[in-house]
Design a protein around this ligand. Structure first.
Ligand SMILES: *Cc1c(COP(=O)(O)O)cnc(C)c1O
Length: 954
């Protein structure tokens, strides 16, 4: 291997390390271990057909060249995506900072206080701007957020309405096209009937349960919906407003019009368009819906010493606990982007945001004045940032040609052209664009009519202030905000500190060279609805990545719409449903799911309108084949699909997988493979080879997109040939199959920008490096197992006594022997400098450890040391040498503040508490909070920023 190869940077251990690890396991070679682990009958027989590995330098040049194939335009397209200025301080300290982007979802709240505070700022910002009572910490995009609102209204209909079979949902015709399309996808399987019309004409009787309005509308109109909403409420119809966050700085808020829910994108708060994403959508509503809100909600609680502390609230709504009864299937959302949008608000404050919004509005008014003076009629008589003019086909073609010559993209609708302005459009841009429009549409000249400090008419004007909290008024200089960002970053554990061995979540290296291209303006600044001839760079990447992922999964084709694994599950099941329906098998609606499945599986099946039937697992953690057979027979006529994770969530390659798949196929069902564990498969076997029909890939697990503290992610699906025709389409961009289902996401290729990361990962590793990575992931897991097996029971092993790329250790006994819960161990690991592995999934009271190939032997050894030492600490309790209540585990994590108190009343030393092993003397991470009280936070729900004194004084 060449010194410059990326493979040696990506894979942690040296050849010498590998030798030692193989010896410790008791194998002769890496290949022998792999042969023992991956069943022979499913092994890939020939190497992956993937191009040769590029070095990092070669890749950087290659991707820059591709970037130049995307034409840089001034986009006036709008429709939910706008130019925005990412403050450089945010770009450098958040977006490009692994301290922020490599963090995990904040399940271990004590070492996630930084990002939890940042997300709480986001929620507070959303609540303020919308004037709603509660907001979540982001959803995937505006269209899916609107769909979630529809479903929330549907599920919370009054008992009467349910009895009466009320199932109609109204969509105003002036809602964004992509939102309408996603609503269609989401409504159909649940039996919701969509009616599209004009909000001014529709008669909303009691056959409706809800309505969706765009604000300002897609054509740019500003409407006071108060009357509409009031009327809707008289029939118990709930109203959701999809509201542009920037416009709310000047315009009356959804809350002040009495809307029941407000959703939207926060993209234009500093998040690049990126050809469609990732961006954070917001979801805000009334407090009374708090138990029905989809996605994560950050709440305030207190730690063991009574200090305020944050954590994820009301988790009993979520799929990982409620499964098929969850409020949504959301797992990965858009945490990093929500953090960025929150900081945008912190940095600009209300004054800054009003200034930005006012300038956009002034420029828009100026364009309007100019056009009107030239005799061009504007369709919308009110506006914030968007103007629509009528045009016939020939006019439209002419305008388009002239505009593209000038470097401008507008939005070309049916018989209209729309123009949206934003923060990045200069006065010169506005003037030049007006000039071209006037000359092509009116055939004349018109002096640009500049307007300043244009007043919003009183009836639409915002009268409430926002972002009054100190947080939004303290950090307006760069020094201030830089220090604030660093302060929060320092409260969190990320991959910059140590291994995060999260079973099932695959936290591997997110290499700098993979991430570099996302800051490149040639990619970041592309509108998702830009004409295809301008986006050839993206096209080449998407096509090539699709080809590579098809090769890796053994499938025919790939769809890039799903923005997370869970959305991939939903998309895959909808494709399966469409396939059955094309065969006239409308009755196939049963989805078999093993009890060991991830919570998103049953939640997604319910969203796809399926009935979940749980299949048992046997004592070895494998699917109980007899039970599967029985259920497949029982539901033979109605069988739609089996969802199966491979290797299993129990960390083994089930030998019977082929038999399982044959049983399902024999009964006419399709097999959905949850690809979260692809990291053990790449180059060794594949879903297609095993015989599955669909699988999703978590690009944010296996393919190196960072977790971002809970998103972004990408969950593309691969499908076998017979399913290709049904892949999801998009209303504004040709993609998907010829009989494709309607859209899953707002953008044609989901969060296209971060596809560059996975593309880089594959191109820099090449066939050999990809396969080697899978092998090393298996080696590292087996090494940990070998080193821990005399200390802990490993729950499941394969028939040749090996584990796959992860393993479960059993901690259930310690409750009885020492009063120690697995949670105590997770918190104690923090004192040792580690983020805990996955806790209590898929088996309660256990830990699932997945080291990944990127961790080197030294790091694995530190983790092993910590785990062994913790076992000894438990033993001291078991043997009565340590107290059952006052011990290092129950009191973990220990904060610096606690260790530094003058009074030390614990029966163990400060040294034992904070420096139990020598490697900590070299580098110690302190937990900011002591153990956080979850129940208290849920009982006393607070989801917005605390008064500043409470942050500082206590
Ligand atoms: C992570 C995971 C999912 C969900 O993926 P998201 O991208 O978080 O939606 C589904 N199944 C398994 C087994 C997982 O580990």
């Amino acid at each position: 291997m060449k010194w410059s190869s990326f493979e040696r940077r990506h894979i942690g251990s040296s050849e010498q390390d590998v030798k030692e690890m193989i010896e410790a396991i008791g194998c002769n070679s890496l290949d022998e271990l792999v042969d023992r682990t991956v069943p022979e009958q499913i092994r890939m027989q020939k190497p992956l057909d993937i191009s040769k590995a590029m070095t990092e330098f070669e890749f950087t040049n290659h991707i820059n060249e591709l970037g130049q194939k995307n034409r840089q335009m001034k986009n006036f397209i709008g429709q939910g995506y706008y130019g925005t200025i990412t403050p450089a301080v945010i770009q450098r300290n958040i977006l490009e900072n692994p301290g922020w982007y490599t963090a995990y979802t904040p399940y271990q709240a004590e070492i996630a206080q930084g990002r939890l505070e940042a997300l709480l700022n986001f929620q507070t910002m959303v609540m303020d701007m919308t004037n709603m009572e509660i907001a979540n910490a982001s959803l995937l995009d505006e269209a899916t957020a609107a769909a979630e609102a529809m479903i929330m209204f549907y599920n919370t209909r009054s008992r009467q309405a349910q009895k009466a079979g009320v199932k109609k949902f109204f969509i105003d015709k002036d809602v964004f096209e992509q939102t309408k399309e996603v609503l269609k996808t989401r409504a159909t399987p649940l039996g919701i009937e969509l009616e599209t019309g004009s909000f001014e004409d529709v008669v909303l009787d009691n056959t409706y349960f809800g309505a969706l309005l765009q604000y300002p509308t897609a054509t740019g109109r500003v409407v006071d919906y108060s009357n509409f909403i009031e009327k809707a409420h008289t029939n118990d119809i709930k109203v959701c407003m999809a509201a542009d966050i920037m416009s709310l700085a000047l315009l009356k808020s959804p809350g002040s019009m009495n809307a029941d829910c407000a959703v939207g994108s926060t993209q234009r708060f500093g998040i690049p368009m990126g050809y469609g994403g990732p961006h954070a959508a917001y979801f805000a509503t009334h407090e009374k819906y708090k138990r029905h809100i989809p996605g994560r909600i950050i709440g305030v609680s207190k730690d063991k010493d009574g200090h305020p502390a944050f954590r994820m609230a009301l988790q009993t709504r979520e799929q990982h606990i409620r499964r098929d009864k969850a409020t949504s299937n959301i797992c990965t959302a858009q945490a990093l982007l929500a953090v960025m949008a929150g900081f945008y608000a912190v940095y600009h404050g209300s004054e800054g945001i009003i200034d930005i919004a006012q300038t956009i509005h002034d420029k828009t008014q100026s364009v309007r004045n100019t056009l009107e003076k030239a005799g061009i009629e504007i369709v919308n008589n009110t506006h914030f940032d968007t103007l629509t003019v009528r045009a016939d086909q020939s006019q439209m073609a002419k305008v388009k040609a002239e505009m593209e010559k000038a470097g401008f993209n507008l939005y070309y609708g049916q018989n209209t052209i729309s123009i949206s302005l934003d923060e990045t459009k200069t006065w010169e841009n506005a003037e030049r664009m007006s000039e071209v429009l006037v000359s092509t549409l009116a055939g004349s000249d018109q002096q640009f009519d500049r307007a300043d400090q244009v007043k919003v008419p009183n009836e639409f004007k915002r009268t409430t202030s926002f972002l009054n909290h100190d947080i939004f008024n303290m950090y307006h200089s760069e020094t201030q905000i830089m220090r604030y960002m660093k302060k929060l970053e320092n409260r969190d554990i990320s991959l910059t500190h140590s291994m995060i061995s999260l079973g099932s979540c695959t936290m591997k290296l997110n290499a700098a060279s993979e991430l570099f291209p996302i800051s490149n303006q040639n990619f970041a600044n592309v509108h998702p609805f830009a004409p295809v001839d301008q986006t050839q760079g993206y096209k080449e990447i998407i096509d090539e990545l699709g080809k590579d992922l098809s090769e890796i999964t053994g499938f025919d084709s790939v769809s890039f719409q799903p923005n997370s694994g869970a959305q991939g599950e939903y998309a895959g099941l909808m494709v399966i449903k469409a396939y059955h329906e094309s065969n006239n098998d409308h009755q196939r609606h049963v989805c078999l799911i093993p009890s060991s499945a991830h919570g998103t599986n049953p939640a997604s099946a319910v969203m796809a309108g399926m009935k979940v039937v749980v299949v048992k697992c046997d004592d070895n953690g494998n699917i109980d084949v007899d039970d599967l057979k029985e259920k497949a027979e029982k539901y033979s006529d109605e069988l739609s699909a089996l969802m199966v994770t491979y290797p299993s969530t129990h960390g083994v390659f089930e030998e019977k997988i082929k038999e399982i798949i044959d049983i399902i196929h024999a009964h006419g069902g399709q097999v959905y493979m949850d690809g979260a564990n692809m990291n053990a498969q790449v180059g060794l076997t594949s879903p297609g080879l095993i015989g599955a029909d669909v699988c999703h890939l978590n690009l944010h697990k296996t393919f190196a997109i960072p977790h971002g503290g809970g998103g972004p992610g990408m969950g593309p699906i691969g499908v076998a040939k017979h399913l290709t025709p049904f892949l999801p389409t998009h209303p504004l961009h040709k993609t998907g199959g010829e009989n494709g289902i309607s859209s899953i996401s707002a953008a044609p290729y989901g969060s296209a920008l971060i596809l560059l990361i996975s593309y880089g990962y594959i191109k820099m590793l090449g066939q050999k490096g990809l396969t080697k990575s899978s092998k090393m992931a298996i080696l590292n897991a087996n090494y940990i197992r070998a080193q821990l097996k005399d200390h802990y029971d490993v729950l499941y092993v394969g028939s040749n006594n090996t584990v796959a790329h992860e393993m479960i250790i059993d901690c259930r006994n310690y409750k009885r022997t020492a009063n120690i819960e697995v949670e105590d161990m997770a918190k104690r690991l923090i004192d040792y400098g580690f983020h805990s592995p996955t806790v209590s999934f898929p088996v309660a009271g256990t830990m699932m450890i997945e080291p990944t190939e990127s961790e080197d032997k030294d790091e694995l050894d530190r983790f092993i040391t910590a785990m062994r030492q913790i076992r000894e600490e438990i033993r001291l309790i078991e043997e009565g040498e340590a107290d059952k209540k006052e011990n290092v585990l129950k009191n973990a994590p220990h904060t610096a503040r606690m260790i530094a108190t003058s009074e030390w009343d614990k029966p163990y030393s400060r040294e034992k508490a904070a420096y139990p092993v020598p490697y900590l003397l070299d580098a110690k991470v302190w937990s900011y909070s002591r153990r956080i009280d979850n129940a208290y936070g849920d009982r006393n729900l607070v989801c917005s920023c605390l008064p500043i004194e409470e942050y500082q004084a206590v």
